[in-house]
Design a protein around this ligand. Sequence first.
Ligand code: NAP
Length: 252
Amino acid sequence: MWTRALVTGASSGIGRAIAVQLAAAGSHLVVVARDEAKLHELADSLDVPCDVLVADLSDRAALASVEERLTGDDDPIDLLVNNAGFGLHGLFHELDAERAAAAVEVNVAALHRLAAAVAPGMVRRGRGGILNVSSVAGFTATPGGATYSATKAFVTSLSEALHTELRPHGVHVSALCPGFTRTEFQARADHDVSSVPDSAWQSAEDVAAAGLRGIAKNAPIVVPGAANKAMVGVINTLPARLRRAAVARFAR
Ligand SMILES: NC(=O)c1ccc[n+]([C@@H]2O[C@H](COP(=O)([O-])OP(=O)(O)OC[C@H]3O[C@@H](n4cnc5c(N)ncnc54)[C@H](OP(=O)(O)O)[C@@H]3O)[C@@H](O)[C@H]2O)c1
């Protein structure tokens, strides 16, 4: 379905699984992250052409090199997977302010710039897809994860509006909203998840497959897994006061 995809955060977790599944379906790839060795290890393991683009997406100059690849009309990218991101756990006033600001840069500003770089060409060509990796955390404000939740609320909101704007131009846009997924994410976020039951977890491969199914059929929002779907369904029906109380209880 996709001729050439650019996947950010392809060095690990969900992004890596998406890249592997796209390659298995025959898509050529451009893979982006900071860890050059892991990107080359991935590229070498695939049976399709795969370009490695090493970039720290919190760095504007590095980000510009990725934007440039997305705006070019030679070998155009017809699927952008905006997946790179990271979380932070802890009380807002106790967080490292630089790291929190970097989360906004990577999860929000970089994702926004990359979507803005690729969209005009897709509209011109009358086809394409943008799969933005958000989170169930974006459906409600989360004490203890305030910045992260807010970044993902942005991603879901942006994606939903772009879905409607770009649909008449033949461009698919989906927000993939995973719950607990076994990747490096929790360790990097310094989040102790030892009390989260096994049944709440999904594999990166299952989440990736749900995301790719969703963007293929142009689903606006993809919540992978029955438990996550049920949780989001409940959150969406609760009045704001009850929702805040429930989330505060869960966050403790
Ligand atoms: N795992 C979960 O429970 C979960 C749940 C909901 C949503 N998500 C979302 O899923 C996405 C993927 O996360 P994951 O779970 O697969 O975690 P992961 O295993 O930690 O992977 C994160 C990826 O993002 C890249 N990345 C992080 N900061 C970057 C930066 N400054 N510049 C470029 N790349 C950067 C990392 O690559 P380098 O370190 O090589 O740069 C890595 O490839 C994220 O957007 C996350 O918010 C995850």
